[in-house]
Design a protein. Structure first.
Length: 479
């Protein structure tokens, strides 16, 4: 740079070279350097532009990938151990987004996977991203609104009302808006949404059903009954439609027709499949996955929501009788709230088709113990042991049932068998010692106490058992 300062400001680099032949050779080298640097800078600018264009074409993959929602860490019921299929499904959908970060379909699928597995905030973020990627596809706005119904009903209402401006086939947005308004007791507004639909879709069962509810809430019984009759004719196998129509018939004093409707209602499946929704169908299918439903029901049961868990387990047991584990889960949930007879009935029903499953026999034995049906409990535990003779817990529980029936010798034999299978289980050994003392078998009890002392020298009951054994031996000596 110091050498260039000798060049007059008014002269060009070329003129300077021609007027200074002594410096021509030196300056010619510097000229090539300058041209080379100019070429290098031009290439650098060109490459930078290409890089910027490339990043724009990729949609900023690195920026987007940092905001792709993942499974929350504190979910409680979804982890790699409890339900790896959920983790796998979410990770697979995230990978699709990372590959195509500008794809509304990829973001929408990830949103639906989150939505199906009850990760609402993550689902809503992904639905919004899908809307940004393709603002001409109204599906994502509709699915976002359905996801917001519980957490933000006002925003859901605004989105449903906006659906009128889109070309979304069907009447799902208006119907869901009606349901949202009815849930808020905004009956007249709901009726205002339904009236145009009645004129354009008079043969839609869902529209007639909601119109019947609106009319009933407004005290217009004749209109309500007329709409419910049309809904029944359009959806004869819907329990919710039949139930509403039956109630309206009773209220109208038409008892005979209402009783006939009641008979029909009892013949239908008590589980209402709901109304078909072509836009929520994929989410609904994922939600109905039996393994996911079972995992969520177990989580509900563990967190004190046992009645909701029982409802899910009952549905799973009815829909998937081939899966005996659902019957076990249902029975355990029933036992946890004291429904002992219900648990026995659940396991008995499952045993009709799964008699070879030892766990079913064992659990029914436990239910019979709680019912204080000692003989039935003994029979169930023996069945479980016949299937799986190495089940230590079954031998131990059988011994307890035999104790209740005062079959002490048999209980001792069962406990000895249990200890052969698991010699480290101290509680069984303590029970055995007490039974041996009841039988005045001080030598046998002493051997077991010695064994217990070797295994657990600081056992809390060791001292009292030794004392009881010495007292029993003393009494026998003085007799």
């Amino acid at each position: 740079m110091a050498r260039l300062r000798c060049i007059p400001a008014a002269t060009s680099i070329g003129n300077t070279f021609s007027k200074n032949p002594e410096a021509d050779s030196f300056c010619s080298i510097k000229q090539s350097d300058i041209f080379g640097m100019q070429l290098f800078l031009r290439k650098l600018v060109f490459l930078s532009a290409l890089l910027m264009i490339g990043c724009a074409g990729c949609g900023g993959i690195h920026a987007d990938s940092r905001i792709i929602p993942n499974i929350p860490k504190n979910t409680g019921f979804v982890d790699q151990q409890s339900y790896p299929r959920v983790v796998s499904a979410i990770n697979s959908a995230r990978e699709s987004v990372q590959i195509s970060p500008q794809s509304a379909k990829a973001w929408g699928h990830l949103a639906m996977v989150f939505d199906a597995h009850e990760f609402s905030s993550q689902a809503q973020a992904c639905y919004r991203r899908a809307m940004e990627c393709d603002d001409k596809d109204p599906r994502w706005e509709y699915l976002l609104a359905s996801s917001l119904e519980q957490s933000d009903p006002q925003q859901a209402e605004r989105l449903y009302r906006r659906q009128r401006d889109h070309e979304l086939p069907g009447c799902e947005p208006q119907i869901r808006l009606t349901e949202l308004l009815l849930a808020q007791n905004r009956i007249d507004e709901a009726a205002g949404v339904l009236e145009p639909l009645l004129r354009s879709m008079p043969n839609n069962a869902r529209v007639q059903f909601r119109w019947a509810i609106c009319c009933d809430l407004r005290g217009e019984r004749a209109k309500a009954l007329d709409a419910s009759s049309k809904a029944v004719s359009l959806a004869p196998n819907s329990p919710s439609v039949r139930e509403l129509h039956t109630r309206l018939l009773f209220a109208d004093g038409d008892v005979d027709t209402a009783q006939n409707e009641m008979k029909t209602l009892r013949s239908l499946s008590q589980r209402d499949a709901g109304w078909p929704d072509q836009y929520l169908e994929e989410v609904r299918m994922m939600r109905q996955d039996p393994s996911w439903q079972s995992t969520k029901a177990q989580w509900l049961s563990q967190h004190g929501q046992v009645l909701q868990a029982i409802a899910r387990f009952e549905t799973l047991s009815e829909e998937h009788p081939e899966e005996w584990m659902f019957a076990i889960d249902l029975a355990r949930a029933q036992l946890s709230i004291g429904k002992k007879e219900g648990a026995v009935a659940t396991i008995t029903k499952a045993l009709a088709t799964h008699w070879e499953i030892a766990d079913l026999w064992k659990l029914r034995g436990s239910a019979h113990l709680l019912c204080e049906s000692w003989m039935q409990a003994c029979d169930d535990y023996r069945q479980a042991i016949d299937i799986n003779p190495s089940d230590c817990a079954a031998w131990s529980d059988l011994a307890f049932a035999q104790e209740q029936r005062h079959l002490t010798s048999e209980a001792i034999a069962s406990l000895k068998k249990a200890l052969m299978l698991d010699p480290l289980y101290d509680e069984n050994r303590v029970r055995l010692i007490r039974l041996l003392l009841e039988q005045h078998d001080c030598l046998g009890a002493g051997d077991q106490i010695e064994f217990l002392e070797k295994l657990t020298p600081d056992h809390r009951e060791l001292k009292s058992l030794r004392k009881a054994c010495l007292e029993e031996a003393s009494q026998l000596l003085f007799q």
